[in-house]
Design a binder for this molecule. Structure first.
Ligand SMILES: [Zn+2]
Length: 409
């Protein structure tokens, strides 16, 4: 991705895609996301589409307000300047992301570049699905009333832990919330009138990494994403495609046995990875030891950053446990990148170092761990990003189907 807003020139571009894209409008929109401001001729080169196809697709994208022409920036003398560069519309269409966690809901307004424009985060009083979905719908309505959101919302994405059947839009099972077969997409679609798509936490965040993450280029080759919050789950992608599985059940690593853990797990056994590293367990221990005064993971990370030895030790212990699971994943998949979304490793250098050291000790990856294992691109913001990434992923996959989807809903 090119920093700043200067137009992309030929020499800035990576080699063209090796395959012809499946959805040409999606490929053009992604090229503008990756390289904008960018001339039509450069879009054609990156996507391997003909100049005529690019021109036609750009016209349709401009009609829908997804892309627009920007004033040509003055380049250094002697260097060819691109003709009427294209970029994403900064105040153009947006999506709403919803994250449902054990203690709280997060509703965010996100632009096409994956930037959070506004966010509401609130604890839910009851974990009853009907009341939580009602509360989510009310927050979505509140965010849509904000001046910048009016008439811009293309879709709603929902992300949550546990087992989410994305094609059917249901939360099949979320043990920590006590949910089973909750038709979240249908319920929110009815309440909001928006097209809704749901997915698991880790798959949602991996979609965000593939679109606009710090290592998106490498992640599009192959990537594994490990999320460790209250819930632990995994997602993997090859060639930019996130694996869903025929029952959307891929990525369940919650019950991987962990040596020496005596915590009871929601599955009824003792010593599962999710029980060992869950935020609730960590927060309970930190509160009991007087390390934090409010029961939140950011408080523990802040205490560790401020030098609390007890807080650092708790987070390093978690990094070691997560590292063992990550080592297994690295050997199993041998991905180009392994992205770990864990609060400590994402925000404290010593946690990331411990995580990488543990992975190196338990996997056959050795020296490549340093390059392959990356922290999340969204430190401190994973809950705000995940739901929006689910909606954006669908828009970038086939942007010209949007109108049909909006009508159908
Ligand atoms: Zn278990």
């Amino acid at each position: 991705m090119i920093d700043g807003r200067r137009p992309t020139r030929r020499g800035d571009l990576p080699p063209a895609e090796s395959r012809r894209p499946r959805d040409s409008a999606g490929a053009v929109l992604r090229a503008v996301l990756d390289h904008g401001p960018i001339a039509r001729s450069s879009v054609a080169r990156v996507t391997r589409l003909s100049a005529a196809s690019v021109s036609g697709v750009v016209g349709s994208l401009m009609e829908r307000g997804l892309v627009r022409e920007v004033p040509e920036a003055a380049g250094p003398p002697g260097i060819g300047r691109p003709h009427v560069p294209l970029d994403l519309a900064a105040d153009g269409p947006a999506v709403i992301g919803v994250h449902i966690a054990v203690p709280r809901i997060t509703v965010s307004l996100m632009d096409l570049r994956g930037r959070i424009v506004a966010q509401i985060q609130e604890p839910h009083g009851s974990t009853d699905p009907v009341s939580v979905i009602g509360a989510v719908a009310a927050r979505v309505a509140a965010i849509r009333r904000r001046p910048g959101a009016r008439g811009r919302i293309l879709g709603l994405g929902v992300a949550t832990g546990g087992w989410v059947d994305s094609p059917n839009g249901t939360i099949v099972e979320h043990p920590a919330l006590g949910w089973r077969d909750v038709p979240v997409a249908a319920a929110l679609g009815e309440a909001t009138g928006l097209p809704v798509r749901a997915d698991s936490n880790s798959r949602a965040l991996l979609r965000g990494e593939l679109l606009f993450g710090r290592v998106a280029g490498r992640a599009r080759e192959s990537a594994v994403h490990l999320f460790a919050g209250n819930v632990v789950d995994v997602a993997f992608a090859t060639g930019g495609i996130v694996h869903q599985g025929p029952r959307s059940a891929s990525g369940a690593v919650a019950h991987l046995p962990v040596e020496g853990c005596r915590e009871a797990c929601s599955c009824g056994r003792v010593g599962c990875l999710q029980a060992a590293v869950s935020e609730r367990v960590l927060i309970r221990r930190a509160m009991a030891d007087g390390l934090i005064d409010r029961p939140e993971i950011p408080a523990l990370v802040a205490a560790a950053a401020a030098g609390s030895t007890g807080a650092v030790e708790l987070l390093l212990e978690r990094a070691r446990l997560v590292g063992r699971a990550a080592a297994l994943l690295l050997d199993l998949f041998d991905p180009e990148v392994l992205i770990v979304a864990e609060a400590g490793a994402n925000q404290l250098p010593e946690s990331l170092a411990t995580l990488r050291a543990e992975i190196a000790a338990w996997s056959s990856a050795g020296a490549v761990v340093e390059r392959v294992v990356c922290p999340s691109s969204f430190p401190g913001a994973v809950l705000g990003v995940s739901g929006g990434a689910v909606a954006l992923d669908q828009i970038y996959a086939s942007p010209l189907d949007l109108q049909a989807r909006l009508k159908a809903s």
